[in-house]
Design a binder for this molecule. Structure first.
Ligand SMILES: CC(C)(COP(=O)(O)OP(=O)(O)OC[C@H]1O[C@@H](n2cnc3c(N)ncnc32)[C@H](O)[C@@H]1OP(=O)(O)O)[C@@H](O)C(=O)NCCC(=O)NCCSC(=O)C[C@H](O)C(=O)O
Ligand SMILES: [Mg+2]
Length: 293
């Protein structure tokens, strides 16, 4: 099933007001954070607050992920145990660097008999994760890993590697493309990292457009003011959807039944374009079904 993931909004699990607001924000998904946005002495309170919020429900069709703490922290076992009980759509695990890390999470989920519907998302935000991106993506062939996709983490990458984050992201493009290729080779999804300068709407729009064109499925966000623009940029434009329907209709005509390539409005169109068109329509229909812009 195709699920729109244009916009996934992070919110600190310690911020009760943000958790309450989440139920009415037009993001495709919500990431309830226990990691970097929560101070060490607030971890337990945030865990309880997230558990209560997810158990209470009311998030509609929004995808709910819980970002647990990293495997080298003292909190991750309690975080994963809580997530296993309250059954979000998935958990997002920061600083995954090896297949062994994925196995540790899978084992913990299995030990607590966590529902199989809970998927695992890996943050790719260490040098080792980028270097091993293909190996990590390939681990999804073992269904026990529950791996659904990657979320790129530019801030931690920058912290560890000293590669600077710059407008246009020239410094990070090679690794971004490398990660996108790894996910697509194994049929996984990938979301872009957040844009921290949340009052810079121009810069944010440019980064969303770039993310879409690079092939990301959507972008993670840090402020509600980023949702609308992000949704608009990742929504297939009406003319693209109309063209997609035209391509499919053209291949369904009896005279084209045995043709691989046809001419449509002066352009060569092949069956691979019909495959792409079907995906565009599926995404557009899924967005419509969510009932929000
Ligand atoms: C960035 C913020 C700290 C800014 O907070 P604040 O100054 O309070 O914002 P506003 O006054 O503009 O807020 C207006 C209203 O919107 C609500 N709000 C704000 N942010 C959120 C949110 N993320 N989710 C839900 N609601 C939110 C406020 O409560 C106000 O509501 P109201 O009372 O009705 O007026 C703050 O936005 C924030 O904390 N953002 C999330 C930070 C976060 O989660 N960070 C972790 C993810 S990013 C990361 O970890 C990097 C990654 O791993 C990497 O390595 O790259
Ligand atoms: Mg990070």
């Amino acid at each position: 099933m195709i699920r729109p993931r244009r916009s996934l909004l992070f919110m600190p699990g310690s911020n009760a007001r943000a958790l309450e607001k989440a139920r009415n924000l037009p993001a495709d998904g919500i990431i309830l954070d226990l990691e970097d946005s929560v101070a060490p002495d607030a971890k337990a309170m945030a865990r309880d607050q997230i558990a209560a919020a997810v158990a209470a429900g009311g998030f509609g069709k929004r995808e709910i992920l819980i970002r647990v703490n990293a495997l080298d922290s003292p909190w991750w076992i309690d975080d994963v145990s809580m997530a296993g009980k309250v059954r979000p759509d998935g958990i997002l695990v920061p600083k995954i660097s090896s297949v062994e890390d994925l196995t540790a999470i899978a084992n913990r989920l299995s030990d607590i008999n966590a529902d199989l519907s809970i998927r695992v998302w890996a943050m790719i935000e260490t040098a080792r994760a980028v270097l091993h991106a293909e190996e990590l993506a390939a681990a999804s062939r073992d269904s026990e890993t529950r791996l659904a996709g990657f979320v790129f983490g530019p801030n931690d990458i920058s912290r560890e590697t000293r590669i600077r984050m710059q407008p246009g992201r020239a410094t990070m493009l090679p690794m971004i493309t490398h990660c996108i290729l790894a996910t697509r080779a194994y049929g996984l999804e990938i979301l872009d990292g957040p844009y921290s300068d949340f009052s810079n709407f121009n810069g944010f729009g440019q980064e969303c457009t770039q993310a879409r064109d690079l092939g990301f499925d959507g972008k993670t966000l840090i402020h509600p003011g980023q949702i609308e623009a992000c949704n608009a940029i990742f929504t297939p434009p009406a003319e693209e959807v109309a063209l997609a329907r035209k391509i499919i209709a053209a291949f369904e005509r009896p005279e084209n039944a045995s043709r691989g390539a046809i001419s449509l409005d002066g352009q060569m169109v092949e069956r691979l374009h019909a495959d792409m068109a079907r995906r565009t329509i599926a995404i557009a229909d899924a967005i419509t079904a969510m009932g929000r812009p």
